[in-house]
Design a protein around this ligand. Structure first.
Ligand code: NAP
Length: 284
């Protein structure tokens, strides 16, 4: 079986390739990358490296030749994702890919999450294409909170506008192993998996976990979204980005990331998801 992974030089892509290599020979894997210079190590290990930008339909079509199962790792440019993903889906269809697995967002078709519309639109495009699919609706990466360690180191606090909201985060490696499991075996076609950590933590608990890994007292300072935006812009963020961060915190306060997904992620990977504390430890 030939398995293709887009975004293969990204953080989730690399971890997924590593997980796949535990079950597959390198020559069964196709790493689709936009910059081959970043993929020399993959090529040296015998993985077929093919170059294609999400903006290049012809290159994508060629890159997917012979690929039976394809992991489409969502692009990292908000606002560009829908046309980019459309290119990938059309190329996959033209190349005869048999199964597309897509990294989506929690409850993408019904949530208020600010970044969900592009994922919802992509899911719709995949369904309309008629390609067999699986949606991996990944909750937050615990790694998203690495910058909070720096903040806590400097100030002893974690400031957020997340109120009493909870986040069922898991580590990237957990999501990567789940993607590899879905690509490797089992009947996953037509399935939509809400993938999340086993435990949904709140921000006081995040502060305690950050304090533990830093070995110091850390507290949670809840603020209103407008205060957060002001503080982030003073700290150097542009207004659009600060507003987006505040919108995501407001989403969290509203509970959109609290669903632990009934343990589906743990069951796909055959072990508990990485606890918050362990997920944060590498950043101490
Ligand atoms: N669940 C979450 O908490 C969360 C958080 C952040 C992001 N995400 C989403 O999950 C995806 C994977 O996460 P990640 O941590 O692996 O992100 P990442 O490290 O930024 O990787 C993104 C990958 O997409 C590739 N890519 C971006 N634009 C491309 C284009 N135009 N053509 C071809 N390839 C392109 C990048 O290529 P290069 O290697 O050349 O840069 C990289 O390999 C992100 O892209 C984003 O959609 C989820």
């Amino acid at each position: 079986m030939t398995i293709g992974v887009t975004g293969a030089t990204g953080q989730l892509g690399r971890l997924t390739i590593e997980a796949l290599l535990r079950q597959h020979q390198p020559d069964e894997l196709v790493a689709v990358v936009r910059d081959p210079a970043k993929a020399t190590d993959l090529a040296e290990r015998g993985i077929s490296v093919r170059v294609a930008d999400y903006g290049s339909p012809a290159a994508l079509r060629a890159a997917f030749e012979g690929v039976e199962k394809l992991l489409l790792i969502s692009g990292s440019e908000p606002g560009q994702r829908v046309p980019q993903h459309r290119n990938v889906i059309e190329a996959a269809k033209a190349a005869g890919v048999g199964h597309v697995v897509y990294t989506s967002a929690p409850h993408a078709d019904s949530t208020d999450l600010a970044l969900a519309p592009e994922h919802k639109a992509t899911e719709e495009l995949i369904k309309e294409s008629g390609l067999p699919y699986t949606f991996l609706r990944n909750n937050w990466y615990t790694e998203n909170y690495a910058p909070q360690l720096d903040q806590a180191r400097q100030t002893g606090t974690i400031t957020a506008a997340a109120g009493e909201g909870r986040v069922a985060s898991a580590s990237r490696v957990d999501y990567a192993e789940a993607a590899a499991a879905v690509l490797t075996a089992g009947d996953h076609e037509g399935r939509v998996y809400e993938l999340a950590g086993d435990i949904a933590w709140d921000f006081p608990e995040l502060a305690v976990a950050v304090g533990t890994v830093l070995g110091r007292e850390v507290g949670y300072r809840p603020v209103e979204p407008d205060v957060l935006i002001k503080e982030l812009t003073v700290a150097g963020l542009d207004e659009g980005t600060a507003g987006f961060v505040a919108a995501l915190d407001t989403n969290i306060a509203g509970g959109v990331l609290a669903d632990t997904g009934d343990g589906v992620l743990a069951s796909l990977i055959g072990r508990p998801t990485t606890p918050l504390l362990e997920g944060l430890r590498p950043f101490a």
